[in-house]
Design a protein around this ligand. Structure first.
Ligand SMILES: [Mg+2]
Length: 321
């Protein structure tokens, strides 16, 4: 049975399990030493929906599937633990390519200190990868949800936005004439995103009141956070950190592009103003400098303020009242 052969081949390329894992891939189930609080997230990426095989090499698809799942652990401030992957493989996909998918995942797992502790392989019409990740915390209070923002908090974001979206434009041949180094950096941001795990833990420790990872774009995800926290969020477009090269790649208003383009996997967070400086320093030490770009108030919905101080209408995910 080719699927069993493939599973054996996959198992051979996995790194040795971490200390927490008592029984890893290869038995009927994985067995791990639990810590007091488990944090679990599932993420599925499908060919033609989340990636195409002409813009992503097989290893990059595996990397991206795990990175997007880990990003949800980052947004909770959890310590990453184990990952479990289910691969649905089209019959025409050569075994070597399927193994490349797993190698991409295994490489990132190694870099992030995550154990790939189990999974499954099935045949399917097109390539679909579902990754379940487990993170851990000592107590629930160490974690940050979307729901804790309070009026008076400030709003911050790690890193800079728009690189992934601009990278997709590069990969589609829509951003010609760019410096090759810039084009390479942008397309790399799209093909191989990284979860901000260290920054997420640092911001949680620094007292962030609410946090979300930017998968759909700030205009959409900030509105999710505002709804979950039952507050109003105002973001100044002028203070949105736009990644280098985005303006050249996409033309037009780069800040508008940066708040509507998705898949940056940076962290948007709220925090009491007196904690801002410590939090920003902690995020920078964790490799992700943070920018302050908005405020939390009583009310509801997300307002994006343009250069003229007036609300910018009609951006994706924009919600009011
Ligand atoms: Mg998320």
């Amino acid at each position: 049975v080719p699927e069993l052969e493939l599973i054996d081949a996959v198992r051979r390329l996995l790194a040795p399990a971490g200390d927490r894992v008592l029984v890893g891939s290869g038995d009927d189930a994985a067995v791990v030493h639990a810590r007091p609080v488990a944090v679990t997230s599932v993420d599925t990426v499908a060919e033609g929906v989340h990636f195409t095989r002409d813009t992503h090499a097989p290893g990059e698809i595996g990397h991206k599937a795990l990175a997007t799942a880990l990003s949800d652990l980052a947004a909770m401030g959890a310590e990453p633990g184990e990952a479990y992957a289910s691969l649905a493989l089209p019959p025409a996909m050569p075994q070597e390519e399927a193994l490349e998918v797993v190698r991409g995942m295994a490489r990132l797992a190694g870099e992030e200190g995550v154990t790939l502790a189990g999974g499954d392989v099935v045949g399917a019409e097109s390539l679909v990868i579902s990754v379940t990740v487990n993170g851990w915390a000592e107590q629930a209070g160490d974690l940050v949800t979307r729901a804790g923002a309070r009026a008076g908090d400030v709003v911050g974001v790690t890193g800079a936005l728009g690189a992934s979206g601009a990278g997709l434009a590069v990969l589609r041949g829509e951003a010609r004439g760019l410096d090759p180094a810039v084009a390479g950096r942008l397309s790399g941001a799209h093909r191989c995103p990284r979860a901000r795990l260290a920054a997420g833990r640092a911001l949680a420790r620094a007292g962030a009141s609410a946090m979300i990872d930017l998968s759909d774009g700030l205009a959409t995800d900030a509105a999710h956070l505002a709804r979950a926290s039952e507050v109003a969020i105002t973001v100044r477009m002028d203070d949105v950190p736009v990644a280098d090269g985005v303006a050249e790649a996409v033309g037009g208003d780069a800040a508008v592009f940066a708040v509507t383009a998705g898949e940056d996997y940076e962290l948007l967070f709220c925090i009491a103003p007196e904690k801002w400086e410590d939090a920003a320093r902690a995020a920078a030490e964790a490799g992700s400098p943070a920018s302050r770009l908005g405020v939390v108030d009583h009310g509801s919905g997300l307002t994006l303020l343009g250069r003229d101080g007036l609300p910018v209408e009609g951006l994706g995910g924009y919600e009011h009242g």
